[in-house]
Design a protein around this ligand. Structure first.
Ligand SMILES: *[C@@H]1O[C@H](CO)[C@@H](O)[C@H](O)[C@H]1NC(C)=O
Ligand SMILES: *[C@@H]1O[C@H](CO)[C@@H](O)[C@H](O)[C@H]1NC(C)=O
Ligand SMILES: *[C@@H]1O[C@H](CO)[C@@H](O)[C@H](O)[C@H]1NC(C)=O
Ligand SMILES: *[C@@H]1O[C@H](CO)[C@@H](O)[C@H](O)[C@H]1NC(C)=O
Ligand SMILES: *[C@@H]1O[C@H](CO)[C@@H](O)[C@H](O)[C@H]1NC(C)=O
Length: 734
């Protein structure tokens, strides 16, 4: 039984609908007993979706119920930043924003709140988290997961899975494996060497298994030439998942199956979704009955597929007291019996979404001046804005306004503020509060607000001239490859790393006429910021894709009720070459993409080239300052225990996010520095705190291909503790 209530994220979240979680052993005992009572057709209905083209389908994916045994139709729903295609739900911050918080507490709270909404609406499986590494910053779906660093992705995966499943909802980690670009994804081959695959792309899946994840989604693309969904090396009895203790089941991405039923079932695929053929593939399990009857798929294997699915359902106690399905994605505004019109939103979820959005805002620049020149004085220029002094405000940019709420089901417009990317990972904008609304409501009659809510350069400059402050909102977006659609010329992956709609020019035009220009960037990933050193730009906030409470959360940061503590989960460089990877846009047929950069993504590659990015991985300012001291390193069993002290030396209460980077002995062949730890340290003015980060044996090992295990290299390791990959404050060795 779960606890009824506990304090999380500073909020009291009460949990009234307790459920019984079971051990895998108990779950399999129940599952095998159920399998023994099922007919062949009933089994086939559980391992195969009931059809994309099925008019009765209510979730994005479903299975066929076996009413006589109390087995419902299982409901699969997108994911991963809020229920898509459902009304009266919350639009959560994206995965990349969860990563920007560098806070396990908020990652887990986000997972739990997502789980509560899935459960509340009666959906069994949360299609997420996504953990595809941001191999190239233009990758269309990079924002759904936790960035280019495997350790940060692994922690995001672990905490999200734990949070979602803590309320009895199945998580479905995706996409196994190397779904790293949208162009050609339905068949490209990612060719990855064994060590790179383990240390980078596989690592977040491993952490999900350690969190007890119940399901995994196999990807559209191929790995080393073999389709992910019939790749026995990933899915089979001797494949990676099962070798690492995975006890749940594998479901295909929608239409990711090819070839025959036996190819897929015998390789280890347990469920096909959506079940029918959908242009890109799918429908292979329509041949499963014949395959079982002919013996090319054994009855034992079919039973095992069903058992894995049912065991996951029993494991999280979904067989008893689970709320009924209360929505209909094919008709989300209907008043019929399929849509119970339940409002699953809550004040707690809204507050949490606002907190995560504020906590993920990264303060990149702050040229603050104060009335008396001291840090505790009242701000005259820069941040936090002093409402007592700033009486005329310009709000400039299309990104500040309300988007078209009737865009389409995939959010493929970007015609207002950008709070989430497009595609199946988009979420509900129904309750979005855009920046302009939040700013005008916050200032009330205490200041005048002049608006120019387009990217018209002249209008923006006119609005900004002579005002005490100009807030310029600019954005860049990306999303999932559609069948036909492109969004402003982008087919999923971004075409470049520029701000959209001449956002950079807008910033420059405003800065030319206003010496207190504050730029807010809403983006799915890195964007070029050649203007960042402009002397009239006194503040820059990278706010990512923060979800529906975007407006209130940015007001909290701008006006200082939330001291920024977000950190960049990637580097922001001045050219794409600095990242060392590319997106393959043009190809004669499905391309074969060799991951020749191996372990060197993002800051790891930049370090190897001695490239200094404009803003580096892990970077983010605060309104206060922090000092670091007293590093000590000791050994405990096979672990290394690192302790140090962080103190708040500035004029505001604030939260530091100290990071630990490790340098391996040269012989290990690792990048110069790799992230291996981070913490969240809230500190009052003048306060200090001792921080402990423990490195496990695996954290200080490398993947050894010959032995197929993690091996700790011999030699001296260097520990770097600091405020970013470049801002190292303490160094020691072991
Ligand atoms: C992919 O193929 C290469 C070359 O044959 C091999 O070295 C590598 O280990 C393979 N990767 C995986 C994940 O099987
Ligand atoms: C949304 O919730 C409200 C109650 O807060 C209810 O009146 C309305 O019918 C619901 N709409 C849908 C489509 O669920
Ligand atoms: C402006 O702030 C940046 C960092 O935020 C700092 O590097 C720079 O020196 C500041 N410039 C001035 C004129 O204060
Ligand atoms: C900024 O511009 C204002 C007029 O808009 C002027 O009064 C002020 O002196 C300027 N401040 C600086 C530091 O340039
Ligand atoms: C900064 O803004 C002032 C107006 O406040 C303007 O006169 C000046 O030219 C701007 N500086 C630059 C470098 O654009």
């Amino acid at each position: 039984m779960q606890l009824l209530s506990f304090v999380l994220a500073g909020l009291l979240i009460s949990r009234s609908d307790a459920f019984t979680e079971r051990s895998w052993d108990d779950a399999y005992t129940l599952a095998n007993a159920a399998v023994a009572q099922l007919t062949l057709d009933e089994k086939l209905g559980i391992v195969r979706g009931d059809g994309q083209l099925n008019a009765n389908r209510r979730c994005v994916g479903e299975t066929t119920a076996v009413a006589r045994l109390g087995i419902p139709s299982f409901c699969y729903q997108d994911g991963p930043a809020g229920l898509r295609l459902v009304r009266n739900v919350t639009g959560f911050p994206t995965g990349i924003n969860a990563a920007s918080t560098f806070s396990r507490r908020l990652m887990r709270a986000r997972g739990q709140a997502l789980g509560e909404e899935w459960r509340g609406k009666g959906a069994h499986v949360f299609l997420g988290p996504a953990v595809d590494i941001m191999r190239n910053p233009k990758a269309g779906r990079g924002w759904e997961s936790f960035g280019p660093d495997p350790y940060l992705n692994g922690e995001g995966a672990y905490e999200t899975v734990t949070g979602v499943q803590s309320v009895g909802v199945q998580a479905c980690i995706k996409h196994l494996i190397a779904n790293n670009q949208e162009h050609w994804r339905y068949g490209l081959s990612a060719n990855i060497d064994d060590r790179t695959m383990h240390e980078i792309y596989w690592y977040p899946f491993l952490r999900s298994i350690e969190a007890g994840v119940t399901s995994v989604m196999c990807a559209y693309n191929r790995l080393n030439g073999t389709s992910s969904c019939h790749n026995a090396g990933l899915l089979g009895p001797n494949g990676l998942l099962q070798k690492n203790g995975f006890k749940g089941y594998v479901v295909s991405d929608w239409g990711a199956t090819h070839d025959s039923a036996s190819d897929n079932a015998n390789a280890g695929l347990d469920m096909e979704q959506p079940g029918d053929y959908i242009v890109i593939g799918g429908g292979v399990f329509s041949g499963l009955k014949a395959a079982v009857n002919s013996g090319s798929v054994t009855t034992d294997r079919l039973n095992q597929m069903v058992a894995r699915i049912l065991a996951s359902w029993y494991r999280l106690g979904q067989d008893s007291g689970y709320p009924p399905l209360s929505f209909d994605t094919q008709n989300k505004d209907s008043t019929g019996p399929k849509n119970l019109r339940l409002n699953i939103r809550s004040a707690e979820h809204t507050a949490l979404v606002r907190e995560i959005a504020s906590a993920s805002a990264v303060l990149l620049k702050n040229n603050r001046s104060t009335t008396d020149g001291t840090p505790s004085g009242t701000t005259t220029r820069g941040l936090p804005v002093a409402a007592s002094r700033i009486k005329t405000i310009a709000v400039v940019g299309q990104d500040a306004k309300l988007p078209n709420l009737n865009c389409n089901d995939l959010n493929e417009c970007n015609d207002g503020t950008m709070s989430v990317g497009w595609g199946s990972g988009s979420n509900s904008l129904e309750f979005i509060v855009p920046p302009i609304t939040a700013i005008t409501s916050f200032v009330g009659t205490s200041a005048t607000v002049t608006q120019s809510l387009s990217n018209d350069l002249n209008a923006g400059a006119t609005a900004a001239a002579g005002k005490d402050v100009a807030f310029v909102f600019v954005n860049a977006m990306s999303g999932e490859l559609g069948f036909y659609d492109t969004v402003v010329g982008n087919q999923g992956d971004r075409n470049d790393l520029d701000l959209w709609y001449k956002g950079g020019s807008l910033v420059e035009r405003v800065a030319a006429v206003n010496n207190n220009t504050i730029v807010i960037v809403h983006s799915v990933g890195p964007v070029y910021m050649p203007w960042s050193t402009h002397p009239n730009i006194t503040g820059i906030i990278y706010a990512g894709a923060p979800g529906e409470q975007t407006g209130p959360s940015i007001v909290d940061v701008l006006y200082g009720s939330y001291n920024p503590s977000g950190r960049l989960p990637f580097s922001i460089a001045d050219n794409e070459a600095a990242y060392g990877t590319t997106i393959v846009y043009d190809s004669l047929g499905f391309p074969s993409i060799d991951y020749t950069e191996k372990l060197l993504l993002d800051y790891r590659y930049m370090d190897s080239q001695n490239t200094v990015p404009r803003f580096e991985f892990g970077f983010g300012l605060s309104y206060t300052t922090f000092s670091y001291s007293a590093l000590s390193i000791s050994t405990s069993g096979s672990s290394q225990v690192i302790t140090f002290t962080v103190a708040n030396t500035g004029a505001f209460a604030g939260t530091e996010k100290p990071q630990l980077y490790l340098t391996y002995p040269t012989s290990a062949g690792e990048p110069k520095k790799v992230l291996r730890g981070f913490e969240e340290v809230p500190l009052a003015v003048g306060a200090s705190s001792s921080v402990t980060i423990t490195l496990s044996e695996r954290d200080i090992s490398i993947w050894d291909t010959p032995s197929q295990t993690y091996v700790r290299p011999a030699g001296t390791f260097t520990v770097h503790v600091g405020a970013s990959i470049k801002d190292i404050r303490l160094t020691g060795t072991f």
